[in-house]
Design a protein around this ligand. Structure first.
Ligand code: PNS
Length: 172
């Protein structure tokens, strides 16, 4: 189907954005990005600059970290964004927003965001994807907490990210 026929006016290349705080990027995020890369021509990992939360990693560190993980993958791009997600999606000619759903508890917040984004940009569709079961309990918040209290995060985040966390907490 051409872009004209489904009425988006977007490029025929199917571009998705995968937004988040990624503080830090976890294996659950990596799993969703890999699934997205199979469905779309390109997936842009969009790292939120100004989060309400005080991030552990700076925006530069979060972007660099995701690029380290996906450096060799031509379909994956990593960029920072500020302001409304739908504005960023439009700038980058993306017609899809990808979000991961781990459990029913994620649903309410995700549903609100998806409907608000649809109201703001009816031409951009939100697509929910489920990570592998092994990652359904992982969140960036828990990874930060466990690591800060001395617990192991091996297997929860990519090795590059674990190394970065060790450097941050000076725990070599
Ligand atoms: O990983 P997170 O923190 O759950 O990601 C939340 C994110 C970045 C997707 C959301 O906060 C967002 O899109 N922020 C950008 C501002 C915006 O567009 N707000 C309206 C969304 S309904």
């Amino acid at each position: 189907m051409t872009a004209e026929r489904h009425g988006t006016g977007a490029s025929p290349e199917r571009v998705a954005v995968y937004p988040g705080s990624f503080d830090p990027i976890t294996n659950g995020h990596v799993d969703i990005i890999a699934r997205g890369a199979r469905l779309f021509d390109r997936i842009i990992v969009a790292v939120l600059v100004n989060s309400d939360k005080r991030p552990l990693f700076s925006i530069e560190e979060r972007v660099e970290s995701a690029r380290e993980v996906f450096g060799a993958e031509p379909k994956v791009e990593v960029d920072a964004f500020d302001g409304l997600l739908i504005d960023f999606a439009r700038q980058r000619k993306a017609s899809v927003i990808v979000r991961g759903l781990r459990a029913v508890s994620d649903f309410e917040y995700e549903f609100q965001m998806a409907l608000m984004n649809r109201r703001l940009a009816p031409d951009i569709e939100t697509v929910f994807m489920m990570p592998a079961e092994a990652y359904t309990y992982i969140s960036s918040r828990l990874v930060r907490e466990v690591f800060a209290l001395g617990g192991a995060v091996q297997g929860l985040v990519p090795p590059e990210v674990e190394a970065r966390m060790r450097r941050k907490f000076a725990r070599e």
